[in-house]
Write a protein that binds this ligand. Structure first.
Ligand code: 3HC
Length: 330
């Protein structure tokens, strides 16, 4: 049933005059800044958009464990290993809060996971790039978690209560993630010539994929206008990308690293940096399943799901047994 709901209508903001009375009352609640809770009435499009966005976000947290998990056994010190392990566990927790938030909208976690594995739901494009060196783990924390925070801090004010509350908790943890990444980059950038070269190489490879995390440019964004009218999204993709660049340039300067963009320059008039757009054809290729690691990522997730089925079965059997014992005692 949900499979037909994944594709939402192309971006079109409904005019007040086209709305039913119920829809107008709903929009008025949004405009007053009220939170919408799962048992409240909501338009079907609002529900679908949230399931799509929260589901995609949850999948990103789960798939996002793979590129970093790849380095747990190879972290250079015991302390770095413990930190990375904690970070990867946090991402699993974020995925779980978000699946729970999506479940309040009437879709099950199993359905969402089935759609992901069938290639019918997306996860963030960034996780289809490899982590080739230890410096990549620094750059992922610094840039990828940095971009995630830029997107997620405003989402703490999103109109759907469970999503907004999940974001408040997630953002606290993400800021620790970003700092641990920057800390690795500081060590690498101030280390040997070889470590410095690795840090620059990680920045060179991950810069544009990080910019792509904010989604296509506003003119190509299918959902932004309606999502902003519903206050599901608070900013456009381009606004957040600009803020990210403005924040990150001085951080790169502090590290003594060079952002791989010859067009990067401060623009006094707009009070922000001018910068080169990512290669959008690469972005759409990654979204269609043809990024460097798409197949590997999905194979790893499907394998983990299948091999973990006995754990899910055992937990269900235990829960059913406990429930039956409780009923018998009543
Ligand atoms: N990767 C994959 N797909 C993307 C994407 C990206 N970086 N950016 C956009 N898309 C997809 C959209 O899902 C949509 O496809 P669909 O219609 O099939 O769902 C299409 O491209 C058009 O994009 P739109 O701009 O119209 O889509 P949205 O309005 O949904 O905006 C978004 C995209 C900004 C990513 C928004 O969905 C959003 O803010 N999501 C919540 C945040 C999120 O998902 N973050 C994941 C980042 S990783 C993370 O948090 C893990 C952390 O540990 C690092």
């Amino acid at each position: 049933m949900y499979a037909q709901m994944v594709k939402t209508d192309a971006n079109k903001v409904r005019d007040l005059s086209e709305m039913t009375e119920e829809e107008r009352a709903f929009q008025a609640r949004i405009d007053r800044g009220e939170k919408i809770e799962p048992t409240d009435w909501m338009p079907e499009g609002y529900r679908k958009t949230l399931i799509r966005q929260i589901g995609q976000h949850a999948h990103s947290e789960i798939v996002g464990q793979l590129p970093e998990g790849n380095w747990i056994t190879r972290a250079p010190t015991l302390e770095r290993k413990a930190i990375l392990l904690a970070k990867v566990q946090d991402e699993a927790g974020h995925g779980l809060y978000l699946y729970c938030a999506a479940e309040t909208l009437g879709v099950s976690r199993d359905e969402l996971i089935e759609l992901l594995h069938a290639g019918k739901m997306k996860y963030s494009s960034i996780f289809n790039y490899p982590t080739l060196t230890w410096a990549d783990i620094g750059a992922v924390g610094w840039l990828v978690d940095g971009a995630a925070i830029m997107n997620q801090v405003p989402l703490q004010r999103t109109s759907f209560g469970p999503y907004s509350r999940a974001m408040i908790r997630i953002c606290k943890e993400e800021s620790f993630h970003q700092r641990q990444g920057y800390d690795i980059m500081m060590k690498m950038a101030n280390g040997t010539a070889e470590q410095r070269r690795m840090a620059q190489d990680a920045l060179d490879r991950l810069w544009y994929p990080s910019l792509m995390m904010f989604g296509p440019s506003d003119k190509d964004s299918v959902h932004s206008a309606q999502s902003m009218a519903w206050k599901i999204k608070i900013n456009t993709n381009d606004e957040l990308r600009q803020k990210f660049v403005d924040q990150t340039v001085s951080q790169a300067e502090y590290l003594g690293l060079t952002i791989p963009d010859e067009n990067l320059s401060w623009n006094d008039e707009k009070g922000g940096y001018d910068f080169s757009e990512p290669d959008w054809s690469e972005f759409f290729e990654v979204l269609s399943g043809n990024g460097p690691c798409n197949r590997e990522r999905m194979e790893a997730r499907v394998k983990a799901w299948e091999e973990g089925s006995w754990v899910r079965d055992a937990l269900m059997a235990h829960a059913n047994k406990k429930e039956a014992a409780k009923t018998a005692a009543e």
